[in-house]
Design a protein around this ligand. Structure first.
Ligand code: NDP
Length: 300
C-alpha cells in the first residue's frame, strides 16, 4: 500500500486567510469599519498566551483589528463577567473570544466557565459556544460554525474528500470539537459545508468498548482526544482518511493523537501535526469575525 497523501492544512489555511483578507478589504471599501475581534485572556498560561498572540497576529494580517484584554489570574468571576458585558455593549467590537481554559489558581478564585461563555452576545460569539448557536447548529441552520470542526470541513471540501454515505468515526466528545463535529457530519444537506453532509457518524469516547474495532469500521477517522499517538495503525481501516486534531506536547515536540508515521502507511490521506488542523482553526476564527461584522452591520 502506498503511503497516504498528506493533507496540508497550513497551505489551505493560508488560502482561506487570503480569501478572508480580500473580503475584509471589500467590506471596508464599502464604507464599514474594519472588523474587530476582542480576545480575553485571564492569567498567564503559556499555551494560552501563544494562542492569543497568534490569533491577534492573524487578525492584523487579514485587516481585522485584534484587541487583547489581559486580566490577572485572580481577577475573579465578577470582573470577568463585567468585561464581557462591556464588550457585548461596545459597538466597535464584532467578535468576542474568551480564551480557555480559565485559570484555577491555588487558593484563588475559581471560575464558572459556562456562565462566562453563556454571557457572550450570541451575535458576537465567534467560537460558537453559546447555547443559542449550538442549538442552531444542531437544527441544521448554523449562524457561526465552531472553528476547529469548521476547519476540518474546509480541509475535506478543498481536498475533494466527500464523506456522504460513508462511515465516519469521531473519537472524543468535547463541546469544542468532537460533539459539534459529529453533528455537522450528520446533517442532511449542505448547511455545514458541502463535503460534510450525510455521513454515518459514530461518536466514540473514553467509555467506548473495543475502541480499536469501532475505529476500524471508519472510512474517515477524526481523532480529538488529547492523548499522544493513541490512534495506532491497527485501529485504522486500510485506505481510510485520518484527521488528527490532537495537539500534545511531549518533551520539546508537538505530537498529535495519531501515530503519524505508521498510520500514514495504511491511510489514504492524513493530516500532520503541526501543520494540519491547527492553522485552519485560526483561519475559521477570522472568517467568523468577518461574518459577525457583517451580521451586526445588517442589524444596525
Ligand atoms: P477534551 O479533553 O475536552 O476531550 C477529550 C475527549 O477524548 C473526551 O470526550 C474523552 O472522553 C475522550 N477520551 C479521553 N481518553 C480517551 C480514550 N482513552 N479513548 C477514547 N476517548 C478518550 O479535549 P478537546 O476536544 O478540547 O481536545 C482534544 C485534543 O485536540 C487536544 O489534544 C487539544 O489540544 C486538541 N485541540 C486542537 C485544536 C486545534 O486547533 N487543532 C483545537 C481544540 C483542541 P470522555 O468524554 O469520556 O471523558
Amino acid at each position: 500500500f502506498m503511503s497516504g497523501r498528506i493533507l496540508d492544512g497550513k497551505q489551505i489555511a493560508a488560502e482561506i486567510r487570503e480569501e478572508v483578507g480580500r473580503d475584509v478589504a471589500a467590506f471596508v471599501a464599502a464604507g464599514n469599519p474594519a472588523p474587530c475581534l476582542a480576545a480575553v485572556l485571564v492569567g498567564e498560561d503559556p499555551a494560552s498566551q501563544v494562542y492569543v498572540r497568534n490569533k491577534a497576529r492573524a487578525c492584523e494580517k487579514a485587516g481585522i483589528e485584534g484587541r487583547t484584554h489581559r486580566l490577572a489570574a485572580d481577577c475573579g468571576q465578577k470582573h470577568l463577567m463585567d468585561l464581557v458585558a462591556q464588550l457585548n455593549a461596545d459597538p466597535s467590537v464584532n467578535g468576542i473570544l474568551v480564551q480557555l481554559p480559565l485559570p484555577n489558581p491555588s487558593g484563588g478564585p475559581s471560575y464558572d466557565e459556562r456562565a462566562v461563555l453563556d454571557a457572550v452576545d450570541p451575535l458576537k460569539d465567534v467560537d460558537a459556544f453559546s447555547p443559542i448557536n449550538v442549538g442552531l447548529l444542531m437544527q441544521g441552520r448554523p449562524r457561526f460554525l465552531p472553528c476547529t470542526p469548521h476547519g476540518i470541513v474546509q480541509l475535506l471540501a478543498r481536498c475533494d474528500i466527500s464523506v456522504a454515505g460513508k462511515q465516519v468515526c469521531v473519537v472524543g466528545r468535547s463541546d469544542i470539537v468532537g460533539k459539534p463535529m459529529a453533528m455537522m457530519l450528520a446533517q442532511k444537506d449542505g448547511t455545514c459545508g458541502p463535503a460534510v453532509a450525510n455521513a454515518t457518524v459514530t461518536l466514540a469516547h473514553s467509555r467506548t468498548e473495543d475502541l480499536a474495532a469501532v475505529c476500524r469500521t471508519a472510512d474517515c477517522l477524526i481523532a480529538a482526544v488529547g492523548r499522544p499517538e493513541m490512534i495506532t495503525a491497527d485501529m485504522v481501516k486500510p485506505g481510510a482518511v485520518v484527521i488528527d486534531v490532537g495537539i500534545n506536547r511531549v518533551g520539546e515536540k508537538l505530537v498529535g493523537d495519531v501515530a503519524y508515521d505508521t498510520v500514514r502507511e495504511v491511510a489514504s490521506a492524513i493530516t500532520p501535526v503541526p501543520g494540519g488542523v491547527g492553522p485552519l482553526t485560526i483561519a475559521m476564527l477570522l472568517h467568523n469575525t468577518l461574518m459577525a461584522a457583517k451580521l451586526q452591520c445588517a442589524q444596525s
